[in-house]
Design a protein around this ligand. Structure first.
Ligand code: AMP
Length: 619
C-alpha cells in the first residue's frame, strides 16, 4: 500500500513531464494541462481549435486514418468509412447496442452477442478501443506539439454511469495510444473540481452536475466529503441533446415553407444545409432575440420565444431526469448546494433558466461548458502528480489485482490506484461441457498477459455440478482491506460451492520493484494491447469452433451434405489460421463461418417449434 504520491509510479524519471487531463467525449474531445502560472488551461494546437470532433475517417485505399475536423468533412460523402460516436460502443457487447444499431452509418459486426463489438471497414476489423486510441493519439500529438514536450501520462474522464468494462476499455485505449492512464475520473467529479468544489477536504457539499451535450444528457448527484466524491445517483437520456434542438428548428422551417416531402427531395442536400443553419440559429439565439436567414427561397428566420416553445418539451424531459435522480438519492432540490452546467447546450438560456428554477438557485456557469470537464481533469492530474500538497491523499493500491482468463490474459478486478478498503467482483463461467473444477489464479501487475505479472495465489474451485459450458455462474470477489490484505472468494451460484484464500499483495515487494513493474507496463503497453487483441480473437475463434462442432454433431440431419462439407471446410480454415494468424485474419474467418451457419440455427429452431406445435390445437 502506498500514498498517491506519483513518485512511486514514475519516480525520478519523469519529474519534468506533464500529466494532461483528457475529456474523451461522444461528440468532441479535448485536452488540458496546468500552465506554468498554475492554472488549468485547454490546449489549442497551432490554432486548430480546442475541440477535436471525436470522428475518424479511415481511408479504404491506403488504410490511413484522420481524426477531428478533417474527418468530419467525410461524414456526408463517405459515411461507411467515417466513424462517429465511438464512445457509445466502448466496452459494449452487441447485445448492449443492438436496439440502436441503425444510428450508426458504419458496419458493426454482430457475430457474438456477448463479446465486445467490433467495427468492420472493408476487410479490417477495428475494436472501439483501437478507434478511441486514434482519437487519444491525436490529442496526445496536439498536446506535444503545442507544449513542445513529450506527453506520456494522462487522466481520462468517463461518464459516472460507465461500468467496469467501459472503464477498462477507456484505460486500454489510453495504453494503445501510448499513454499511461493514471486515473479514470468521473466527468461530474472533474467538472466540480474545475469550479474548485471538493478541493477543500474540510468542506461537505452535495452537488448536481447537469450535462447536456450534442447527443446525450446526464445528470449526476454527488456528495463530497473528506476529499471523496461519492456518486449518489445518475440519470439521463443517451439520445437527447442539442441535436434535437436543431431538428426542432428544421421541422419548423420546413412546415412553415409549405413544401411537400416530394418537393423537398428535389432540393438536393437541402436538409444538410438546413441543419447547419439551424445550429447557427440556435447558437445565435443564445445571445440574441431574433435570427434571420434564407436558404434557396426557404425562410429561415426564427425568434427566441418561438425557439423556446419548440424545445420546451425536450428541456422538460431533462428536468424529469433530474427529478428521478434526486428521488434515487433520497434528496430534495433544496438539499443541493451547487449546480454545475456542462456541455455546449447549457448555453441555451431556456435550459439554464429552467434548471435554475427547478433547483431554486442560480447555476454555476462561469466556465466554458465545453471545457469544464477537461479543465477539471487537468486539476486531478496535478493532484496525482503530488503538486497540491494541501489535498488529502488517500491510500491506494499501487498495482492492479486480477485473475487469469482464457488465453493467459490478465483480467483486472481491482485497478491500480483504487482507494482502499475496496471490494470488486466479476462473474465467470466454464469453457467446456461438464467442467467440474475451475482453477483460479490471482495476479498483480499492469501487463496484459499474466506471464508478465506477479502471481499471488492459485486455488481450485472444486465440485461444480457438471453442466453444459457457459451455464455455471462463478462469482469471483476481491476484498482488499485497509491493511492491504486481499481476500479472494469464488462461489458457484447455482450449487453454492465456495472457496477462498487470503494474500498480502505487497508482501516481499520493494517500492523499487513496484516502480519497475509500472515502468515496464508503460514501455510494453502497445505490444501488450496488440497481443491481447490477437489472443481475444483466438479465444473467440476457439469458442466458435467448439460451438460449431457441437452443432454439427447434434443437428446433422437438418443439413444437406453439401452444407456439412462447406461448414467443415470453413471450420478447418478457421482452425488452421488460429495459431499464427493476425487478428484481422482470424476475425474474418470467424465472420465467414458465422455468416454461413447462421441460417442453419434458424432452421433448427423452426423445426423444433413446428414439432412442439404438432398435434396441439390453437384455441
Ligand atoms: P458538446 O457535446 O458538449 O460539445 O456540445 C455540443 C452541443 O452544444 C451542440 O449541439 C452544439 O450545437 C451546442 N452548442 C454549442 N454552442 C452553443 C450555444 N452558443 N448555444 C446553444 N447551443 C450550443
Amino acid at each position: 500500500m502506498a500514498k498517491i504520491s506519483i513518485n512511486l509510479a514514475t519516480g525520478s524519471l519523469q519529474k519534468e513531464d506533464i500529466i494532461v487531463g483528457i475529456d474523451l467525449g461522444t461528440t468532441n474531445s479535448l485536452v488540458a494541462f496546468i500552465n506554468p502560472e498554475n492554472h488549468p488551461q485547454v490546449i489549442n494546437d497551432a490554432g486548430k481549435g480546442v475541440l477535436v470532433p471525436s470522428i475518424i475517417h479511415l481511408n479504404p485505399q491506403n488504410g490511413e486514418s484522420i481524426v477531428g475536423n478533417d474527418a468530419k468533412a467525410h461524414l456526408i460523402e463517405d459515411p461507411e468509412h467515417t466513424i462517429f460516436s465511438v464512445k457509445r460502443l466502448l466496452g459494449r457487447s452487441y447485445k448492449d447496442i443492438e436496439h440502436y444499431q441503425n444510428f450508426f452509418s458504419y458496419k458493426i459486426v454482430d457475430d457474438d452477442n456477448e463479446t465486445l463489438v467490433k467495427v468492420k471497414i472493408e476487410d479490417k476489423y477495428y475494436s472501439p478501443i483501437e478507434l478511441s486510441a486514434m482519437i487519444l493519439k491525436e490529442l496526445k500529438a496536439r498536446a506535444e506539439h503545442a507544449l513542445k514536450t513529450p506527453v506520456n501520462r494522462a487522466v481520462i474522464t468517463v461518464p459516472a454511469y460507465f461500468n467496469d468494462s467501459q472503464r477498462q476499455a477507456t484505460r486500454d485505449a489510453g495504453k494503445l495510444a501510448g499513454l499511461d492512464v493514471l486515473r479514470i475520473v468521473n466527468e461530474p467529479t472533474s467538472a466540480s473540481l474545475a469550479y474548485g468544489i471538493g478541493l477543500n477536504p474540510e468542506e461537505e457539499r452535495t452537488i448536481a452536475v447537469y450535462d447536456l451535450g450534442g447527443g446525450t444528457f446526464d445528470i449526476s448527484i454527488l456528495k463530497i466529503q473528506n476529499g471523496i466524491f461519492e456518486v449518489l445517483a445518475t440519470n439521463g437520456d443517451t439520445f437527447l441533446g442539442g441535436d434535437d434542438f436543431d431538428r426542432a428548428i428544421i421541422e419548423f422551417w420546413i412546415k412553415r415553407s409549405g413544401l411537400t416531402a416530394e418537393e423537398l427531395k428535389q432540393y438536393k442536400e437541402i436538409r444538410q444545409v438546413l441543419r447547419l443553419k439551424a445550429e447557427e440559429a440556435k447558437k445565435h439565439l443564445s445571445f440574441n432575440e431574433q435570427y434571420n436567414n434564407d436558404v434557396q427561397g426557404i425562410d429561415c428566420s426564427i425568434d427566441k420565444s418561438t425557439f423556446e416553445e419548440l424545445i420546451k418539451p425536450k428541456v422538460d424531459q431533462t428536468l424529469s431526469c433530474c427529478k428521478n435522480a434526486l428521488a434515487d438519492a433520497g434528496l430534495k432540490p433544496e438539499n443541493i448546494d451547487s449546480i454545475i452546467m456542462v456541455g455546449g447546450s447549457t448555453r441555451t438560456p431556456l435550459v439554464k433558466n429552467s434548471v435554475s428554477t427547478f433547483f431554486g438557485k442560480s447555476v454555476n456557469d462561469s466556465l466554458n461548458p465545453d471545457e469544464v470537464v477537461a479543465l477539471g481533469a487537468a486539476i486531478q492530474a496535478d493532484i496525482l502528480a503530488g503538486n497540491r500538497k494541501d489535498i488529502l491523499l488517500l491510500d491506494v493500491t499501487p498495482l492492479s489485482l486480477g485473475v487469469e482468463t482464457m488465453g493467459g490474459l490478465m483480467d483486472v478486478i481491482i485497478p491500480r490506484n483504487s482507494k482502499v478498503p475496496t471490494k470488486a467482483g466479476r462473474q465467470y463461467t466454464t469453457a467446456v461441457d461438464g467442467q467440474v473444477n475451475m482453477k483460479i489464479s490471482v495476479y498483480q501487475g499492469e501487463r496484459d498477459l499474466v506471464k508478465d505479472n506477479r502471481k499471488l495465489a492459485e486455488f481450485d474451485l472444486k465440485g461444480i455440478p457438471a453442466m453444459p459450458a457457459g451455464l455455471p455462474k462463478v462469482d469471483i470477489n476481491f476484498l482488499l482491506n485497509a491493511d492491504g490484505i486481499l481476500t479472494v472468494q469464488a462461489v458457484e451460484l447455482r450449487s453454492g460451492v465456495k472457496q477462498q484464500v487470503e494474500v498480502k499483495p505487497t508482501y516481499g515487494l520493494t517500492d523499487a520493484e513496484v516502480e519497475q513493474m509500472l515502468l515496464d507496463s508503460v514501455s510494453h503497453a502497445k505490444d501488450d494491447v496488440a497481443q491481447r487483441m490477437v489472443i481475444e480473437a483466438r479465444t473467440e475463434g476457439e469458442q466458435m469452433l467448439y460451438t460449431a462442432e457441437r452443432f454439427i454433431k447434434n443437428n446433422a440431419q437438418f443439413l444437406s451434405e453439401e452444407e456439412q462439407i462447406h461448414t467443415i471446410k470453413l471450420m478447418e480454415e478457421l482452425k488452421s489460421i488460429l495459431p499464427e494468424g493476425s487478428k484481422d485474419e482470424i476475425l474474418s474467418k470467424i465472420d465467414a463461418l458465422n455468416e454461413y451457419t447462421r441460417p442453419f440455427a434458424e432452421r433448427v429452431m423452426d423445426v423444433a417449434i413446428s414439432k412442439a406445435m404438432k398435434g396441439k390445437s390453437i384455441e
